[in-house]
Ligand binder design. Structure first.
Ligand code: NAD
Ligand code: TYD
Length: 348
């Protein structure tokens, strides 16, 4: 039986990945280690919480003793490392929190895996989930490939770049079997409403302003979160040890075009007049060091492992909006309390 540690499984991407592994691989024992920060929510995993092959452990990845004791107890054969501080705006306010979890936490996990698997690395795997933001910012042309030089420009991306370097260092220095994937922006159900798409869905529902940083001309390459989880599954099982794979949707949108599409779809879904939601668009002060454009070339993943995205963006966005409209309790729950304080601090 495979024993798999998933870190950050109560977060956005981690919960989709945990659900996929728990349901698709009943013979795997899945242990989800999550500190349940503001971004972690056990409601994201309600449907699999009682599965016999699933265990939740509340704890911090920087807690070396805890991490070691979990390796001893569960004899992990694989690690899917998702836990991170993940929001760029928060990394501008509090960079050290990002160093602690993203760098120190990753090294604590690497160290525990190296020690536990010493002399028996065969058949083991440490899979590190990372971001395309480590590559920096593109101009109008070009794509990030696996060979693009790292050029992180926010405290978030710098901390993720650092964690990627540590993962490769453990591969080269200690022979730890690792894989890394760097993915573009995800969207879909259970996305915390501090990020652009769920924040705007929440604000449209409540007829609140839609804050667009700068001129809204920054470009992101959006991928439906279940497609990301599927890519990780394929790479985890079939990718080559020591390799990096870029994951992306070939789906570039300027922020303003994306928010207008959202407004348009939600005019129809909420029975509002055409153009009503667009009136909520409000241009606000730009993010410091705002990366202009991200775009991923995922040819390696397609050619080597046959993965391609399954959804067109308009369809994925429609499914996502429907999920938020049908899960108003979840949305109300995560936007109460500390979220209000965060929102006021960020947007006034
Ligand atoms: P998220 O913020 O939604 O979830 C992070 C999870 O990690 C939460 O459940 C949180 O409680 C947990 N966590 C945070 N600090 C922890 C700690 N010290 N110990 C244990 N658990 C901790 O993040 P996400 O958007 O799901 O991102 C998951 C991973 O994917 C991250 O590594 C991120 O860098 C990467 N990624 C995200 C995107 C995206 O668009 N969201 C794109 C590419 C890569
Ligand atoms: P975000 O969802 O925070 O992801 P990332 O910064 O990791 O790409 O932001 C996506 C884009 O939307 C980014 O260019 C910043 C912009 N943005 C806004 O214009 N307004 C907002 O309120 C937020 C949260 C983001």
């Amino acid at each position: 039986m495979n024993s798999i540690l998933i870190t950050g499984g109560a977060g956005f991407i981690g919960s989709h990945l945990t659900r996929l592994f728990v349901t698709k691989y009943p013979n795997y024992n899945i242990i989800n280690l999550d500190a349940l920060t503001y971004a972690g929510n056990l409601a994201n995993l309600k449907d699999v919480a009682n599965s016999t092959n699933y265990t939740f452990v509340k704890g911090d990845i920087t807690d070396m003793e805890l991490v070691k004791s979990l390796f001893d107890k569960y004899n992990f054969t694989g690690v899917l490392h998702c836990a991170a501080e993940s929001h760029v705006d928060r990394s501008i306010t509090d960079p050290l929190a990002f160093v602690k979890t993203n760098v120190n936490g990753t090294v604590a996990l690497l160290q525990a895996a190296k020690d536990h698997w010493k002399g028996q690395m065969e058949g083991k795997l440490f899979y590190h989930i990372s971001t395309d933001e480590v590559y920096g910012s593109l101009g109008a042309d070009g794509f990030f490939t696996e060979e693009t030089a790292y050029d992180p420009r926010s405290p978030y991306s710098a901390s993720k770049a650092s964690s990627d370097h540590f993962v490769r260092a453990y591969y080269h220095t200690f022979g730890l079997p690792v894989k890394i994937s760097n993915c573009s922006n995800n969207y879909g159900p259970y996305h915390f409403p501090e990020k652009l798409i769920p924040l705007c869905i929440h604000n449209i529902i409540n007829k609140k302003p839609l804050p667009i940083y700068g001129k809204g001309e920054n470009v992101r390459d959006w991928l439906f979160v279940e497609d990301h989880a599927r890519a990780i599954d394929v790479i985890f099982h079939k990718g080559r040890i020591g390799e990096t794979y870029n994951i992306g949707g070939h789906n570039e949108w300027t922020n303003i075009a994306l928010v207008k599409e959202l407004c348009h779809q939600m005019d129809q879904k909420l029975g509002r007049a055409a153009g009503e939601n667009e009136e909520l668009i409000t241009y606000v002060k730009d993010r410091a060091g705002h990366d202009l454009r991200y775009a991923i070339d995922s040819t390696k993943l397609k050619v080597e492992l046959g993965w391609v995205p399954s959804l067109q963006f308009e369809e994925g966005l429609s499914k996502t909006i429907d999920w938020y409209l049908n899960n108003s309790e979840w949305l109300a729950d995560v936007t109460s309390g500390t979220y209000q304080k965060y929102y006021e601090g960020m947007y006034g």
